[in-house]
Design a protein around this ligand. Structure first.
Ligand SMILES: Nc1ncnc2c1ncn2[C@@H]1O[C@H](COP(=O)(O)OP(=O)(O)OP(=O)(O)O)[C@@H](O)[C@H]1O
Ligand SMILES: [Mg+2]
Length: 331
């Protein structure tokens, strides 16, 4: 039995007469202990997907799905009170902006204790000692002295560690980490990633890692979901997709990685931007940026096609034998 089973998950913003589709038909299945990366450029719907899984899309946002189950429990039918208990305890999230999620007015010990208190009983002293253990677990130096610090007294990397401590405080079975390393400098980024994956392995948690950085996904994920303008372009096992992507968009993302540009003066880039929700083109959402596009791409949205170990949403999937260095998007 899969831990998480999602079918056709969509999130709409905007009015009923003019809906804006931020997430468009996500299918996702995760096993216990599995690491899945969601990648895509800014605005592709990654955070929206994470928030929808947490049940945190607020009105006027609307969430629909054919199926949404966690450990065989139906998330769609679940009363809000039950969903609240699940949230934080069984499914936890590290949010994209750590400073927006840590309250500047309270010490980090207070905020961690409150997180623990929501899901378990205990005296103040017990909660405080658990808090200290958590800070040590996420390798905060001089944890004891840091207990009473306020968020603004900690570096970005330290705040990110506190967020991780908060997220894993109740031993979740699924951790959603939204850009946990993006705002950090390269060395701190590597430390954070190591800490995150170390804890994931130690605890056997499933980890949904949201990032725009394919390099991070290559390092830690078993499977990858490539998103563009709210839709999944390709998903499959990391080794397969990195060796031979079938979607021109994945291929272009890979081609823009420094590893594939050794010896070139400039990195390959993908021209253009993700269209806003108001400007989604007809047909395949990628077609204005894709040099492989044919007439059908301009008119008909491709359905995801199944390949061994991969799902690809493209009318003209690439030949498996073509490596990721060949750039196929318009220059
Ligand atoms: N509350 C909201 N109301 C209206 N539109 C929203 C809301 N939240 C997100 N969106 C829109 O949904 C789309 C997807 O946003 P989302 O934040 O999920 O992207 P993302 O992939 O996480 O981007 P980034 O890499 O910049 O974090 C964007 O067009 C965004 O403007
Ligand atoms: Mg985001």
């Amino acid at each position: 039995m899969a831990l998480l089973e999602i079918e056709n998950l969509s999130v709409m913003f905007g009015s009923a007469s003019r809906p804006l589709r931020a997430l468009d038909g996500l299918d996702l299945c995760m096993e216990q202990g599995e690491v899945v990366g969601i990648v895509g450029e800014s605005g592709s719907g990654k955070s929206t997907a994470g928030l929808a899984l947490m049940g945190l899309i607020d009105y006027p946002g609307r969430v629909t799905a054919r199926r949404m189950s966690f450990a065989d429990r139906d998330l769609l039918m679940m009363p809000e009170s039950e969903r609240q208990t699940l949230r934080g305890k069984d499914i936890a999230m590290i949010f994209q902006d750590p400073l927006a999620s840590l309250n500047p007015c309270f010490s980090i010990a207070y905020q961690l204790e409150e997180t623990l208190r929501v899901h378990q009983a205990g005296t103040r002293a017990e909660l405080r000692s658990q808090t200290l253990a958590l800070l040590r677990l996420v390798e905060i130096p001089d944890a004891e002295q840091r207990l009473d610090a306020y968020p603004h007294q900690l570096s970005g990397g330290m705040c990110q560690r506190v967020m991780l401590a908060m997220a894993i405080a109740c031993n979740p079975r699924l951790l959603i980490a939204d850009e946990p390393t993006t705002a950090l400098d390269v060395t701190v980024q590597a430390q954070m990633l190591e800490l995150l994956t170390g804890l994931q392995k130690q605890r056997g948690m499933a980890l949904l890692l949201i990032t725009h950085d394919l390099g991070v996904v290559a390092q830690v994920a078993h499977r990858v979901v490539v998103m563009y303008a709210g839709q999944v372009m390709e998903q499959g096992r990391v080794p397969d997709i990195f060796d031979a992507p079938r979607h021109p968009y994945t291929q272009a993302l890979l081609a823009s990685l420094p590893e594939y540009n050794v010896g070139r003066k400039r990195l390959a880039t993908i021209p253009g931007n993700v269209p806003s929700q108001h400007e989604r083109p007809q047909g395949c959402v990628l077609h204005p940026r894709c040099s492989n596009a044919q007439e059908i791409c301009r008119t008909l949205v491709p359905d995801p096609a199944e390949f061994p170990n991969a799902l690809v949403r493209c009318h003209f999937p690439l030949d498996k034998t073509v490596g990721p260095c060949k750039q196929n998007l318009t220059a």
